[in-house]
Design a protein around this ligand. Sequence first.
Ligand SMILES: *Cc1c(COP(=O)(O)O)cnc(C)c1O
Length: 226
Amino acid sequence: MMAISDSLQATKNRIDAACAAAGRPPGAVRLLVVSKTFPAAAVRQAFEAGARAFGENYVQEGLAKVAELIDLRGQLEWHLIGPLQSNKTRPVAEHFDWVHSVDRLKVAQRLAEQRPPELPPLNVCLQVNISGEASKSGLAPADVAALARQVAGLPRLRLRGLMAVPEPGPGALAQHQAMAALFAALQDEGLDLDTLSLGMSADLEDAIRAGSTMVRVGSAIFGVRT
Ligand SMILES: *Cc1c(COP(=O)(O)O)cnc(C)c1O
């Protein structure tokens, strides 16, 4: 396997090439390094190689890494990208910087109530089930605008945008483009959004072509998860 610093650089090169191919400026897309299932030591190596934003899927696993890497806490961002149940919101509100997977008002309200006042607002994205697969979490596209207006009005949260996991295959680019259209429609309504969280190891080029502003990349950097 490649060293983490090499695979991180290779991923940055893919992002830069995809931006250039899409006629988008370099730096238009942020890299979120997805560290789920990999140990805190791997996160530290990626940090030493320059990564600053890390994504975790499972609340307990993420909290354990936040604690193990507490010496770096002021220098990196922790993003929750996996499903969040309403009974697990408190430690997330207290320890994470971002949540990409909000898909119900109740979860957003609890995060808003539980975000400690001394911390900056919690950044949130609404997760959209853009493929319509029964197994996927996320809001139906038709329900996004109403929830976005409600979440944008909650204290202690900052609504940043939308997140999705398109279904791989021949229809993937169309799903990425549908997400970009939903995102643009919310901006046209006047919501101040800057983040379209879209694209993973296998599909970041499609996502960037469609307009992603943040790709979430795990296996291309850390290797295959077991
Ligand atoms: C695991 C995961 C990723 C990263 O996937 P890779 O294919 O390893 O890049 C991105 N987003 C979400 C929501 C994930 O669960």
